[in-house]
Ligand binder design. Structure first.
Ligand code: AGP
Length: 606
């Protein structure tokens, strides 16, 4: 949702602090700011706009100081204005604070503080925290005590970083639900919402857990429980990313880079420890109720896995939107929740897991970020190893998650004696061809997909139609088009079209049809039937198919032909084509590809 960072060292930290929010900008980019201790007072520079735009105007790295905090904002409370931008200052300017999360009881605290004479400059929930700390400091004259006392008043979620003129060499920070990690350097320490904040400088990190606070100086830190004050000792996490992985590597956008990283991601997915795959399979087989949960893209990954688990393993595991989970799922101690999450921080998914754990359910997750809240919460974690996914639009992480859960389906199928080990090995051999086939699509089809995207970039409304396991692919593909190109696309089961939506078909409404290979005979026939229904009503169809050149001419208005593929991996290839189609459409429409409007990489609010 937002990105927070901090640095405390023995020399000027202004430039690395600016870099830290450049690396966190994908988490929110409505506005940004820094607070730096300079000549014994706190200098705040902030404004609305991207980091580079604000830096242009405010010279964020100009103040000379050895300690500072910074923030990139995705607005939740209060509009996108300079006043609402973090950091926020206390009345006397002796405290500065940044925050990621939502303080649910901020209104009552604000009233109390205003009554006590505090003057507010913003509409944000965050500003009440810094004034509350100021209020308690006046009483205790002890910054740590005031910090803790304020934290105990807060309801809701937070990752907070604060500096004060009363303890000029310390950053105070605390965490509840929103992520926060400490980066450990040599005579310099860092703070960030995730590793990207400081990955250029250190790979040694300590991850805070809920309801813990830390006081960080340049050569020392301690972590305590907020309520009890108990000192917590933590293992140092070595980050397995390098900064090059997190940079664009010559691509125009992270989205394209990450689409092109997919062959390697599938290789990594196939190399996930088989014991982890087997353990998840065993957990599923031992549970009476099993749900797959995710949000947005990861809900569609869950839906794809619902089809794989059912058709391959004969195990029906409903996929439920994390935000709807509480309204829908039956949970008892014989229930297993499998969460899918790239960031491992999505509020709705985290909340669903906590709700299920509270009812005695077992939990598991497929995640991409080490040390993330979901990874630390569940009973069993599979790290998908896709590398940092910087673009707000998820591509490689989603494809990798689908592949890993497909391996779980195969494991269960053997367990259920629906296939032999030999069959499983044969299917896995087919899956092992996926990286080279994705590479073939990227090498041989990108140019044509780019041409098609340019040709139809003026179209404002699309239907995305698929049957069976191509239905979740249609849904995920339509989400790509919406979120990166801002073009409306509605994904639906192809068979659903004739039950009403077909009334929309005319020359203005275009459709993408996700065709299975002919080896999926019935699915092919039925999906072709849907294309015919549209054609009969003079609707335009763009067919993704595995046939010969021209084969689609009878069926589609335009066609994108994919290389021949086994039916088990065909849907993955069609998703890659759809990712590129959305990407090139967004390029044609000059969208902000890696940071689309109103989006954030990790949605850590309800
Ligand atoms: C991805 O393209 C979307 N921006 C979004 O739907 C995302 O998948 C969703 O917010 C879940 O995020 P997570 O995987 O980090 O939990």
């Amino acid at each position: 949702m937002c990105g927070i960072s901090g640095i405390v060292g023995f020399k000027n930290i202004a430039m690395p602090l600016l870099n830290s929010i450049r690396h966190l900008e994908y988490r929110g980019y409505d506005s940004c700011g820094v607070a730096i201790m300079s000549n014994n007072s706190i200098v705040v520079r902030k404004n609305i706009g991207s980091v580079d735009e604000v830096n242009e105007r405010e010279k964020l790295s100009e103040p000379d100081g050895k300690i500072g905090i910074a923030h990139t904002r995705w607005a939740t409370h209060g509009g996108v204005t300079k006043e609402n931008t973090h950091p926020h200052l206390s009345c006397e300017g002796d405290f500065a604070l940044v925050h990621n999360g939502i303080i649910s009881n901020y209104s009552e605290i604000k009233k109390e503080l205003i009554h006590g004479g505090h003057r507010f400059n913003s509409e944000t929930d965050t500003e009440v925290i810094v004034h509350l700390i100021e209020k308690y400091f006046v009483l205790s004259k002890d910054a740590e005590k005031a910090f803790i006392r304020a934290l105990k008043r807060l309801e809701g979620t937070y990752a907070i970083a604060m500096i004060t003129t009363h303890e000029k060499d310390k950053i105070f920070c605390a965490k509840r639900e929103s992520p926060l990690v400490i980066g450990l350097g040599d005579e310099i320490n860092y703070l960030g919402s995730d590793f990207n904040a400081f990955i250029d400088y250190t790979k040694n990190a300590v991850v805070l857990d809920d309801d813990e606070y830390a006081v960080v100086s340049r050569d020392h830190y301690f972590i305590k429980k907020i309520i009890s004050g108990e000192v917590i000792r933590k293992r140092i996490t070595e980050i397995n990313w390098d900064s090059d992985m997190a940079k664009k590597g010559g691509y125009p956008h992270y989205m394209l880079k990450e689409i092109y990283e997919q062959p390697q991601c599938i290789v990594n997915a196939m190399q996930v420890d088989k014991a982890l795959i087997k353990k998840l399979s065993d957990m599923i087989m031992k549970s009476r109720h099993v749900y797959l949960i995710g949000a947005g893209t990861t809900y569609y990954v869950s839906l794809m896995s619902e089809y794989h688990f059912s058709s391959i393993a004969g195990v029906f595991t409903p996929a439920i939107n994390s935000d709807e989970f509480k309204n829908l799922a039956y949970i008892d101690k014989d229930t297993l929740i499998i969460a899918v999450s790239q960031s491992g921080e999505t509020y709705d998914t985290l909340n669903a897991l906590k709700f299920a754990k509270g009812k005695g359910a077992k939990t598991a997750a497929i995640v991409n970020v080490m040390g993330s809240s979901i990874a630390r919460l569940v009973d069993h974690t599979i790290m998908q190893g896709s590398g940092p996914e910087i673009c707000v639009i998820s591509t490689k992480a989603a494809l990798s998650q689908m592949a890993i859960l497909l391996l779980v389906a195969l494991e269960m199928a053997v367990n259920n004696k629906r296939i032999s080990v030999r069959n499983k090995n044969e299917i896995e051999k087919q899956i092992s061809h996926l990286p080279e086939l994705i590479q073939k699509v990227l090498n041989e089809k990108s140019g044509f997909i780019h041409t098609i995207a340019n040709k139809f970039s003026h179209i404002n409304n699309w239907l995305y139609l698929g049957r069976g396991k191509y239905y979740p692919i249609a849904l995920e593909s339509s989400l790509k088009m919406k979120e990166v190109a801002y073009v409306h696309a509605e994904g639906m089961p192809a068979g659903f079209l004739k039950h009403g939506t077909i009334a929309l078909i005319d020359e203005k409404l275009y459709s993408v049809i996700f065709m299975p290979p002919r080896s999926d005979e019935e699915l092919y026939r039925l999906t072709a039937g849907s294309a015919e229904e549209i054609k009969a009503r003079k609707g335009f169809t763009l067919g993704f198919h595995f046939g010969e050149k021209g084969e689609g001419e009878k069926l589609f208005s335009e066609e994108i032909i994919l290389p021949k593929a086994h039916s088990i991996i065909a849907p993955f290839l069609e998703l890659v084509v759809a990712q590129l189609f959305a990407y090139f459409t967004a390029v044609a429409l000059k969208r902000n590809i890696d940071k689309p409007r109103s989006l954030a990489k990790s949605v850590t609010v309800a």
